[in-house]
Design a protein around this ligand. Structure first.
Ligand code: PGA
Length: 249
């Protein structure tokens, strides 16, 4: 069956001191073995996070990567480099990347391929804006974002992808999608995937993201098609993040 994944996306937040605090807390937290946990700090903190979390089961993730392995790309970081620091997951297509850095579907696809070729598991982020939801376009928008990538992958590549559904209006706003709203979109994504392969669809891991916190995680995670969470703000508070991980177990 699908192993839940709770991924903490620190965005451009955190510090060396916070990394140390997480390392100590996770070393004594006794996380459920039935849950995978990943922490995604900003790039400069990866070596410190690798050291601090070394004795725990927490995995490392990156928030983005460049499509190229190396070369003249000032300011960018490649999957191969991330792999040297033990990175196992990478977000691609986060709505902040799509909106603030103009990453379109094609750029998201290129990054996802780069992750796969560096043997990093991509987490493809998708989600509609409030305007799109109000116009009744949620399903179309989300399935377009999913399809743009998934339709072009080989079956063995598809099997490596996790999808995070993050309604843009719920990110960082304190306004969470209801479990029913999230479930409806998750079910549509899984059904879309079943068009390629039913078995792969049954194994596809789907995360919810958008103001998930210690208070609402259990109810969201109890939905049949929600297999974990991509957590922003609440992943910066160690007790809250550990509580979310525990509620997935
Ligand atoms: P949030 O962010 O939990 O702060 O809403 C989630 C995300 O952007 O991944």
């Amino acid at each position: 069956m699908r192993m839940p994944l709770i991924a903490g996306n620190w965005k451009m937040n955190g510090s060396l001191a916070l990394i140390e605090q997480f390392g100590e807390a996770f070393a004594s937290a006794g996380l459920p073995t039935s849950v995978e946990v990943a922490l995604m700090p900003p790039f400069p903190y990866l070596p410190a996070a690798q050291a601090a979390l070394g004795g725990t089961s927490v995995m490392l993730g990156a928030q983005t990567l460049n499509p190229a392995h190396s070369g003249a790309h000032t300011g960018e970081v490649s999957g191969r480099m991330l792999k040297e620091f033990g990175v196992e997951y990478a977000l691609v297509g986060h709505s902040e990347r799509r909106q603030l850095y103009r990453e379109a579907d094609e750029a998201v696809y290129d990054r996802l391929l780069a992750a796969l070729s560096a043997d990093i598991r991509p987490i493809l982020c998708v989600g509609e804006t409030l305007e799109e939801r109000d116009a009744g376009r949620t399903r179309d928008v989300v399935l377009r974002q999913v399809g743009h990538v998934m339709a072009r992958l080989e079956p063995q590549q598809r099997a490596r992808v996790t999808i995070a559904y993050e309604p843009v209006w719920a990110i960082g706003t304190g306004r969470t999608a209801t479990p029913e709203q999230a479930q409806e979109v998750m079910a549509a994504i899984r059904e879309y995937q079943a068009g390629f392969d039913r078995e792969l669809a049954a194994g596809l891991r789907l995360l919810y993201g958008g103001s998930m916190n210690a208070g609402n995680a259990a109810e969201l995670l109890s939905q049949p098609d929600i297999d974990g969470g991509l957590v922003g703000g609440a992943s910066l508070k160690v007790d809250d993040f550990i509580a979310i991980c525990q509620s997935a177990g």
